[in-house]
Design a protein around this ligand. Structure first.
Ligand code: ADP
Ligand code: MG
Length: 252
């Protein structure tokens, strides 16, 4: 494993409170996290523990109530709307549980959209889009629309789209959450390929224990806080072992 020592994401004291009528809900209660360029990070934790909220903070999709997020040493809360749009378009690729493809566009159009938004001409975008769809194993399906594709294929399109502008970070929120086990494994293999062959920093919120096998570090989140961070070598990668870690019981 190459040295991964350059900080690419720094989360400092991030809190997020959602106010619902008269009720305040503290989704993040003070998260500190440092992620190095090229790392594959899994954010694991039970449903409702704050994974997606943290994903949205790191991705600049929502703002912390308190605390700061730095991407490449830039405090993203200081960015204006234009700079933030640039960051989201160029620096970060996003993958969601529900794929979030545009249904009226073909696979290829979904992948080229972020490129043309970034100013690339249509011909170059087309070539690069086809190349990316080939990379994710969808070479012959670039004229299909999302609903003409299986879930796994739609997620492959989303992976290709996330790479449109060669981001240094790919953020994935439960990327295997809507897929069956083996299709999910194929998506994990793709993310691992991005990390290993392209040096992309992959940060994935996940329930999927299979993801642990490919992660450099696992950030365990519980009740809006980072419970602990473990390196892969420290993990006990058996489902029984993980169950025991989660529940404190043997044979869980
Ligand atoms: P996870 O992704 O780990 O399942 P989330 O980050 O989605 O958890 O949610 C953490 C907590 O914040 C939950 O209690 C959830 O109901 C709440 N929450 C998340 N997003 C919102 C929102 N937009 N408005 C109000 N509450 C929210
Ligand atoms: Mg979530």
């Amino acid at each position: 494993m190459s040295e991964k020592t350059r900080t690419i994401v720094r989360v400092i004291g991030v809190k997020k409170t959602f106010t619902m009528g008269k009720v305040d809900l503290q989704a993040l209660k003070g998260v500190d996290l440092e992620i190095f360029a090229g790392e594959y990070i899994s954010i694991m934790g039970p449903s409702g523990s704050g994974k997606s909220t943290l994903f949205n903070m790191i991705g600049g999709l929502d703002k912390p109530t308190e605390g700061k997020v730095f991407i490449d040493e830039v405090d993203i809360s200081q960015l204006d709307a234009f700079e933030l749009a640039w960051l989201r378009n160029r620096k970060i690729g996003y993958i969601f549980q529900t794929f979030n493809l545009i249904p009226v566009m073909t696979a290829l159009e979904n992948v080229t959209l972020p490129m043309t938004f970034a100013g690339m001409n249509a011909d170059d975008a087309q070539d690069k889009g086809i190349e990316l769809l080939k990379l994710v194993g969808l070479g012959e399906r670039f004229q299909h629309k999302p609903l003409e594709l299986s879930g796994g294929q739609q997620q492959r399109v989303a992976v290709a789209r996330s790479l449109a502008n060669d981001p240094s970070i790919v953020l994935a929120d439960e990327p295997t959450g809507n897929l069956d086990l083996s299709t999910g494994e194929e998506i994990i293999d793709l993310l691992q390929m991005l990390s290993q062959e392209r040096g992309v920093t992959v940060i994935s919120a996940t329930h999927d224990y299979k993801m642990l096998n490919v992660s450099d570090r696992v950030v365990w989140v519980r009740d809006g806080q980072v419970d602990r961070i473990e390196r892969r070598e420290e993990l006990d990668i058996t489902i029984g072992g993980i169950g025991e870690k989660l529940t404190g019981r043997k044979g869980a």
